[in-house]
Design a protein around this ligand. Structure first.
Ligand SMILES: [Zn+2]
Length: 241
């Protein structure tokens, strides 16, 4: 049997925030016939508001909310409206993450493999760091664009209302999740360098421990990003505003 793709609700349809049921034409003081949640829960304008970042430039407040309370953040933040501010938030976080990953990369590869006499000095390291950071930033931006396309396509196929601007906005806020990964990657590579300087013999023998830790961080980091991406999309797919 060929699979029949379900219809995506129209942009003007009112959806139940809890279960996705179409509430068109129901009284505002009633309940969802499917799950029993009050209609107000889904349509009240206070249910979703612009982020602190959009209201008053609260960069740290929004960053902390996205990282520590992702379900709450994506359930209580508007999904429609001007995408430019959200995109700026995402761009800043992608830039910070690129800088952190590039620094971790230099500590991991460049600093490790070169003898003291061959090291390129502060300016040399600065230029290499900048080049890696710019490449990382471009790669992350392109990956995000691809993720927007794939998500929009997949959602339409499954019948979820996640148009490209909504997905783009969600992923822009989701970019805050790069921050803990970048900090942990830099801390790990820096800690190894410190250990190598303090106890060269011990840590050059135990380099595999360091490499295992780093590999584990890559896997856990990817799982963390995917898990928080799902939280964001799930909490936005029944949003009405
Ligand atoms: Zn419902």
């Amino acid at each position: 049997m060929p699979r029949v793709a379900p219809n995506v609700p129209a942009e003007r349809d009112l959806l139940c925030e809890a279960c996705g049921y179409t509430l068109n034409g129901l009284p505002g003081d009633g309940n969802c016939p499917e799950c029993g949640k009050s209609v107000q829960f889904s349509i009240a304008p206070t249910g979703r508001q612009p982020s602190a970042w959009e209201r008053d430039g609260g960069f740290f407040a929004t960053t902390a909310q996205v990282i520590f309370r992702p379900s709450w953040f994506f359930r209580s933040t508007t999904t429609r409206g001007d995408p430019a501010a959200a995109m700026r938030f995402g761009t800043i976080h992608t830039a910070i993450a690129s800088a952190l990953f590039a620094a971790a990369g230099i500590l991991h590869i460049g600093y490790l493999t070169l003898e003291t006499g061959q090291r390129p000095g502060v300016i040399g390291y600065g230029l290499v760091w900048l080049a890696i950071a710019v490449c990382t930033f471009i790669a992350m931006t392109l990956t995000t664009r691809l993720a927007v396309r794939l998500t929009t396509w997949e959602a339409a196929y499954r019948g979820f209302r996640l148009p490209a601007p909504v997905v783009q906005r969600g992923l822009a806020f989701h970019a805050a999740h790069y921050l803990p990964i970048g900090i942990i990657a830099l801390a790990t590579t820096a800690a190894y360098q410190v250990g190598l300087n303090l106890y060269p013999l011990y840590w050059s023998i135990h380099v595999t421990t360091y490499l295992y830790v780093l590999s584990a961080e890559v896997i856990v980091g990817a799982a963390y990003l995917f898990h928080t991406y799902w939280i964001a999309m799930r909490k936005m797919m029944y949003a009405n505003h």
